[in-house]
Design a protein around this ligand. Sequence first.
Ligand SMILES: [Zn+2]
Length: 200
Amino acid sequence: MHRLTPYQTGLWLAEYLNVRCQLCRIYRSTAQSQLLMQYSHANSNDASSENSKFSPSSNQSLFAHICHQINHRSSRGLLCTYCHNSIVWLPQPFDVDIVAGRSLFIQVSTYYEYPMRQAIRAFKHHEDMTKLPSLLHALRQLPRPHGCHHNNSVIVAMPTTNQRLVKRGFDPVSILSSQLSKHWQIPLWQGVERIDDTVS
Ligand SMILES: [Zn+2]
């Protein structure tokens, strides 16, 4: 087993040992599987059904799938039910025009408002790793896109620029995208390079 980096160790402790909610730090956190069960009872559109369609095609992917299931079941969760239910998850999807006649379907995890807005800003601009568990919880609300799996899809994260990497000292997007990759069980692809250097 490879050595975990400090932020990975922090995430592991938050998920498997710490029983408190990562947002309010008061109530016990609730496992994601239980939150999904509550959601599926309240809504016939069951987001967890997407995960059950996973069909590993090789021994290696079967092993990865089993590890994923064990981790999934032994997780104590990251947020409590109260905090989870106080946030609007999966707002109405929308389209963004990228070129003439072609648009991109966008599904966001939640709105850019309290408490996720503050968590994103603290993580991105101040390298505040204590906010990472809340952001990971937000990523886990995203169901894997319909029809996508590890044999036909890759995740392409927006690359950063060297200038920004030097300024921040870390790349927040690569950390979040690697967590999304674990959640969806779809590999990351790092074959693109950013050639612009926009201000924002
Ligand atoms: Zn809470």
